[in-house]
Design a protein around this ligand. Structure first.
Ligand SMILES: Nc1nc2c(c(=O)[nH]1)N[C@H]1C(S)=C(S)[C@@H](COP(=O)(O)O)O[C@H]1N2
Ligand SMILES: [Mo]
Length: 325
């Protein structure tokens, strides 16, 4: 997802430029008045070294079994996956999440289940996890900005979790919400998006076996910047559908108004299926740059439904995918 000047109110533009200039100024100060570029590259290296030791200190998840749904593509490194993120609750830059998650505390955590279901209420994170098998599934995450990563998620089947709440016949969609707490999430102190972050799926999409609730990666607990303790992973859709740090699951009759659709309906549709044939209004979506192979890595052609057409194309039979993008 990109920084969207069009969605920022004019009243916010001044504070934003001041904010960014101040950050640049701080970086320049760190560099000691020498070459700015060299200075920020250096501080970046230090940040990366910290994160690598993070991988070792992140607790292991027990009882993880491999999944047959995995792709055979080589996964990105722990470092790529945990330092190049989109999580606007912590800032708009790719390295803002890793640098700003310090005051976010995802323990204890609970999820409110509501709407068109027989079993509703507040459930502790542990209770949502408990009866389900933890599987490692290697899925690609593909961003609208035309970059992608291959990530060994550890997750539980979203459909299995949702079935336990016994959705009624009125439940046609599932809506998810992220935590809203500007004290823990400094990015929420500014109205860049309509907080809290909201996403949604049709019931059929949510029940598709490819969709998971991720609780970890590389066999370890989910790092905060990747959406601890619980986030969606919908591998055939653009990354923005994969909502992080979920506190609410609501079964609805009406189509949820997802955050990016509210912010720019011409650019981000409800379905958000990866579709190389439909251009984003401001750029082509035909190719993607694999992250982790250097800035000059060759772009590769993007596949329909992110390569999962066989598994999910039937969900959209009879739907015009240009209109319902
Ligand atoms: N709550 C919340 N969830 C979010 C986002 C966000 O800004 N806030 N960004 C989305 C986007 S645009 C992408 S590409 C993925 C990035 O996931 P990753 O940082 O774990 O790779 O998270 C998605 N989930
Ligand atoms: Mo994204």
């Amino acid at each position: 997802m990109v920084k969207k000047t069009s969605s920022i109110k004019s009243s916010e533009i001044t504070p934003e430029s001041v904010y960014f200039n101040r950050r640049k100024f701080v970086q320049a100060a760190i560099a000691g008045g020498t070459l700015m570029a060299a200075g920020s590259a250096c501080s970046r290296k230090i940040a990366m070294a910290d994160v690598s030791s993070d991988a070792n200190s992140t607790p292991d998840l027990k009882g993880v079994v491999p999944s047959s749904f995995s792709t055979d593509a080589a996964p990105n490194s722990w470092q790529d996956i945990t330092t190049y993120n989109n999580f606007y609750e912590f800032g708009l830059g790719k390295d803002d999440p890793v640098n700003n998650v310090g005051s976010f505390n995802p323990e204890p955590w609970s999820v409110e289940v509501s709407g068109e279901a027989e079993l509703i209420g507040k459930f502790a994170f542990e209770d949502i996890l408990k009866p389900h098998a933890l599987e490692e599934r290697i899925y690609r995450l593909r961003c609208v900005e035309a970059w992608s990563m291959v990530i060994p998620w550890v997750g539980i089947s979203l459909g299995d979790v949702l079935k336990r709440f016994k959705p009624t016949s009125k439940a046609r969609y599932v809506e998810f919400k992220t935590l809203e707490d500007p004290k823990q999430m400094p990015g929420q102190r500014r109205a860049v998006l309509d907080w809290p972050y909201v996403e949604g799926l049709t019931i059929a999409e949510a029940m598709n076996p490819l969709a998971i609730l991720a609780v970890g990666l590389y066999g370890k607990e989910l790092p905060k910047q990747n959406g601890a303790p619980l986030r969606l992973v919908v591998p055939w859709k653009y990354g923005f559908k994969s909502i992080k740090s979920i506190v609410s699951i609501r079964f609805t009759e009406k189509k949820p108004r997802n955050t990016w659709f509210v912010s720019a309906p011409r650019e981000y549709g409800f379905y958000a299926n990866v579709n190389p044939e439909v251009d984003h209004p401001r750029w082509s979506q035909a190719k993607e740059r694999p992250i982790g192979q250097g800035l000059f890595a060759k772009k590769i052609p993007t596949q329909m439904f992110n390569g999962y057409a066989e598994e999910v194309a039937s969900l959209y039979d009879g739907l015009n995918l240009r209109k319902n993008f």
